[in-house]
Design a protein around this ligand. Structure first.
Ligand code: 6PG
Length: 246
């Protein structure tokens, strides 16, 4: 896949349905991870329904013994500020669908902290990212992430970058808090600059409910938080026909 580096120019890969998106992503992600040389493969995972199927596929016989678990560092793009045991926790979903079933070293899994003060938890997560990055300042040409996985909400949110919230103006921090006015839970989320420091940003969208938000974002509507996502690498839209309006 080759594409541009923002939501307007990013390559669109249109597939029949959500299952095809998950299968395509499993194959592509495994190829990317296997091709990574000279350091760990660093990924920011997303929550959501289509990624859930991807996680099941990566834990299946076809991929479990092939994916380079030991050379991959698993971070999260966002998280609800709830205990790990809560069904609303992205970590809970990824753990139960994938991580619990694969030979990943526990030290390679980085759930966002979700207790105490949210701002302190965000700072703590940034410190964890800095350790893997080997620095505290993001350098162009040396991306933090190999892959950032993202979804798109009906209101144009992505990760936990929600409309109207101060986190949308964050230029310096890599991780911040977000308290949506149109969705439950305080969140932790990667910021725009952290997401930008990536080799690939991959959006996964399935179903007709995504069509309107996608059309607005693709046209660059500034009111949609996802419209401002960029990467120094390549941005890719993995979508089904219904989401693409085909
Ligand atoms: C999450 C993410 C969120 C998600 C979108 C789309 O953890 O759920 O915060 O950004 O990717 O809301 O979700 P679906 O793909 O499930 O529609």
């Amino acid at each position: 896949m080759t594409g541009g580096n923002d939501v307007k120019t990013g390559a669109m890969v249109v597939l029949p349905d959500a299952e095809a998106i998950a299968q395509y992503m499993a194959k592509w992600l495994t190829e990317q991870a296997l091709a990574k040389k000279g350091g760990p493969f660093v990924i920011a995972l997303s929550g959501g329904s289509t990624p859930k199927r991807l996680y099941q596929i990566l834990a299946s016989d076809e991929y479990r013994d092939r994916f380079p678990w030991a050379n991959t560092q698993f971070f999260f793009g966002d998280e609800r500020f709830v205990p790990d045991s809560d069904p609303a926790s992205n970590y809970n979903m990824v753990e139960s669908e994938m991580l619990a079933h694969v030979p990943v070293p526990p030290a390679n899994v980085h759930p966002m902290p979700t207790s105490g003060d949210p701002a302190q938890a965000a700072a703590q997560y940034q410190t964890e990212l800095e350790k893997v990055y080997g620095g505290t300042v993001l350098e162009p040409g040396r991306p933090l992430f190999d892959v950032v996985m993202l979804g798109l909400g009906d209101n144009g949110h992505t990760a936990s970058l929600f409309p109207r919230q101060p986190v949308l103006r964050e230029k310096k921090l890599w991780v911040s808090t977000c308290v949506p006015d149109d969705a439950p839970h305080t969140r932790l989320t990667l910021t725009y600059p952290a997401i930008h420091s990536s080799r690939h940003v991959v959006f996964m969208l399935a179903g007709p409910a995504k069509r309107e938000a996608f059309a607005k974002v693709r046209a660059g509507d500034p009111a949609e938080p996802a419209s401002h996502i960029t990467t120094e690498g390549e941005l890719i839209w993995l979508m089904d026909k219904a989401a693409a309006g085909q």
